[in-house]
Design a protein around this ligand. Sequence first.
Ligand code: WQD
Length: 341
Amino acid sequence: MKILVTGGLGFIGSHTVVELQNKGFNVIIIDDCSNADEKVLEGIKSISGKMPEFEKIDLKEKDKVEDFFKRHEDVKGVIHFAASKAVGESVQEPLKYYENNIGTLVYILKELSKKNNANFIFSSSCTVYGQADEMPITESAPVKTAESPYGNTKQMGEEIIFDTCKVNADLKAISLRYFNPMGAHPSAKIGELPIGVPQNLVPFITQTGAGLRDELSVFGDDYPTSDGTCIRDYIHVVDLAKAHVVALTRLLEDKNESNYEVFNVGTGTGSSVLEVIASFEKASGKKLNYKIVARRAGDIISAYADTTKANTILGWKAESTLDEAMQSAWDWEKKIRKIQD
Ligand code: WQD
């Protein structure tokens, strides 16, 4: 069975391709390589033993999207990762985000709407909740005004899919609201490859540990939390990848309760920035060089998932702990920087 993975050369996409292949799916990847390298295909093959099909396509080109679906009528499901995802950049370049994240989604949904049985998994984010009023966060928590155009594209994306599914019973979709993905495949053959200075905490930590960065800036320790630093739900990228395969299978086997469903994908455990630093120090045996600086604009205080719905209805549960995820992140960093223990 052929599955299209857009953005399949990216961090979460590549790990999901491996898990799909492990379950016997044939995968074709579309990626424009704007934020990922074709060499990732070798990494995927070295893990699963299977080279996925790959087409370098810019999904903003409507005619190319139409042509792809004409040539691949046997695609049974689509997992859509392709999107721009830098929160800060989205504030500076909103139209780049609306064109890339919304425009491409519309083109793909138009193609799926032509099929008489389409299955679609959307990469959404806990960002849609903003600062939720209650922890842990359930799927029924209100969606709040987005803090960034990036977050808005995730909210709008969910609404576009919901409206499309409402008028098209043949289209089944699931939005997965990710919490904070981290780590790398235990083989250390694929992992996160941030371009330039990492915006996210964990790659900045591992790059500091590897000596690429002088020190980590901790954005504020005066929050109303146990140790004053922000709380997030850090989920191992392999656990997150497996959630996509479970969600897709749910649709392919018609187990869905309605033709549009939403699931939080997190561990259900919150960790502070200082706890993540401590986890790195345990994994690496190194003291991390960091300093406390001013808060980062737009940061929320706390976000961690209520995973009841994913655990009971979707039938998926995260397996890795923060320490295991951090160990995989550090092993990957050492591999790509050729650091011997
Ligand atoms: C985590 C914590 C920072 C960097 C973002 C997106 C979200 C999702 C995950 C895509 C915060 C602190 C960070 C640093 C720090 N991405 N931090 N120093 O902001 O929770 O979520 O990435 O879907 O949509 O919004 O992740 O890793 O940037 O920050 O102190 O150098 O680490 O203040 O408390 P975030 P993050």
